[in-house]
Design a binder for this molecule. Structure first.
Ligand code: IDP
Length: 147
């Protein structure tokens, strides 16, 4: 079973879209195994976005992600990483397929509402940045046999 790290970014929290966004992954059939509302301090933001260090949007991205609380989550399911990326849509809202979160609610690339891990390896790395092992809840869902 694969895990992925998702995070409603500060714009999504401010716009009151946490419930709408969480609902999409719930209805898809994925399993929520951890969630919390947190402020991301600069050091953690730098670790999370390390691969973008040096890019022209990096500083603005750090300012944005530390500007207000985010809703951090871990979701589990078969192919969870790719499935969540599909529901989220492309980085640029203009290129995101209709029906995806970014297509439905975002306008600008720098206010694109949600982060989703782009590979299983990055998912494990990002989960470890934001959650302790004890925060990851292990449980069964009876409905799983129907999904
Ligand atoms: P992703 O969130 O779709 O995986 P990444 O390439 O990992 O996209 O970039 C991380 C975040 O950095 C994006 O979600 C977006 O907020 C921001 N970003 C990426 N590319 C640009 C850009 O060209 N201009 C401004 N912000 C960008």
């Amino acid at each position: 079973m694969e895990r992925t790290y998702l995070m409603v970014k500060p714009d999504g929290v401010q716009r009151g879209l946490i419930g709408e966004i969480v609902g999409r992954f719930e209805r898809k059939g994925l399993k929520l195994v951890a969630a919390k509302l947190i402020n991301v301090e600069l050091e953690r933001a730098e670790r999370h976005y390390a691969e973008h260090k040096g890019k022209d949007f990096y500083e603005k991205l750090l300012t944005f992600i530390t500007a207000g609380p985010v809703f951090a989550m871990v979701w589990e399911g078969d192919q969870a990483v790719a499935l969540c990326r599909a529901l989220i849509g492309k980085t640029n809202a203009l290129e995101a397929a209709p029906g995806t979160i970014r297509s439905d609610y975002a306008i600008h690339t720098n206010f694109n509402l949600i982060h989703g891990s782009d590979s299983p390896d990055n998912a494990e790395r990002e989960i470890a940045i934001f959650f302790n092992d004890e925060e990851l809840v292990s449980y069964d869902k009876a409905i799983q046999v129907w999904i």
